[in-house]
Design a protein around this ligand. Structure first.
Ligand code: NAD
Length: 304
């Protein structure tokens, strides 16, 4: 059995950003439309600060309007809701992203529900969740959207395939399952209470791992030739014992990559697979939201 084809998410994300940059320039010149993304960060969580900086940089790189609001950790819920409302009213802003997690004194659901669904580029508002589940045009959460783009690029026609999604979070697992269903897959959602998970996983022509447990999915869980999408991002000690003792770490996925690559037909690496697709899909969603707001067709190659 040949080694699996590596699904190059990093390369795909770069080409998606390039297509978005062309589309943004075209929207600006032909429709005087500049898609705008506002990112709101409350507090100083170091990982969130990096994500927010990257989002701002990539938004500007493709020629879009980018605004970042950094609020102190003790911002009140009312203060945050006031800002969301202002952004809802602002015609230069087509996408609003409130970086999660929010500090404990703020009701996350109340804030997400306050975002205008038409500007909800994270796709977490129940209106978008509902629209996705009934097959209406929706803004789709960025990570599963990115997985779906990679799957369509790898397999082109997913109809009738058995897809198993491990993980049932609102951010990844559930919307992923909805997208696979919409692509006519036969979908199983597995989770922490699933009985005999390896046997369930072995049924999959398409296996999505979105669990958050380092290298949980072993090679013998994978059907020969399956397409494996590893969403997990887990920090573990460095391989070299001296480096590990010095506190050095590395990132691994939810799939034991080397074992899986020996059996699968195609597989995403970690890092360099799903991860880079997430921000690229945020940009894609912002262009989609801007086009829908302006009544302009979404340019080809930007969405799913
Ligand atoms: P989550 O913690 O919200 O959900 C994890 C899911 O895994 C739960 O539904 C749970 O039922 C299931 N689970 C837990 N233990 C299990 C077990 N032993 N067997 C089977 N199922 C089990 O996590 P999430 O937000 O969905 O993220 C999942 C992973 O994806 C994490 O590693 C996260 O860092 C990563 N992630 C990556 C991106 C990206 O941009 N690539 C984006 C979001 C999340």
């Amino acid at each position: 059995m040949a080694e699996a084809r590596i699904i190059d998410g990093k390369g795909f994300a770069a080409s998606l950003r390039a297509r978005i940059a062309v589309a943004v320039e075209d929207l600006r010149t032909r429709h005087a439309l500049v898609p705008g993304l506002a990112v709101v960060l409350v507090g100083e969580d170091p990982a969130s600060q990096i994500y927010v900086r990257n989002k701002g940089e990539q938004t500007r790189e493709v020629g879009m309007h980018s605004v970042t609001h950094r609020l102190p950790v003790d911002t009140s819920q009312e203060g945050l809701l006031r800002l969301v409302n202002q952004l809802n009213q602002d015609p230069s802003i087509h996408g609003i992203l409130v970086q999660l997690p929010l500090p404990g004194h703020i009701d996350t659901q109340a804030v997400l529900s306050a975002i205008d669904p038409a500007k909800d580029v994270d796709g977490f508002h129940v209106v978008n969740t509902g629209r996705l589940s009934v097959g209406l045009p929706a803004l789709v959460p960025c990570t599963p959207l990115g997985c779906m783009m990679l799957l369509k690029d790898t397999l082109s026609d997913l109809r009738g395939m058995n897809a198993v999604v491990i993980g049932r979070s609102n951010i990844v697992g559930k919307p992923m399952a909805q997208l696979l269903l919409a692509a006519d897959c036969t979908v199983t959602i597995a989770h922490s209470r699933t009985r005999d998970l390896p046997a369930v996983a072995r049924q999959a022509d398409i296996l999505i791992a979105a669990v958050g447990r380092p290298e949980m999915v072993r090679g013998d869980w994978i059907k020969e030739g399956a397409t494996v999408i590893d969403v997990g991002i887990n920090r573990v000690p460095a391989r070299d014992p001296a480096a590990a003792a010095a506190g050095k770490t590395r990132i691994v996925g939810d799939v034991a990559y080397a074992e899986a690559a020996a059996v699968a037909g195609a597989i995403t690496p970690v890092p360099g697979g799903v991860g880079p697709m997430t921000i690229a899909c945020l940009l894609s969603n912002t262009v989609t939201a801007a086009c829908r707001a302006a009544g302009v067709a979404v340019p080809a190659g930007v969405g799913l």
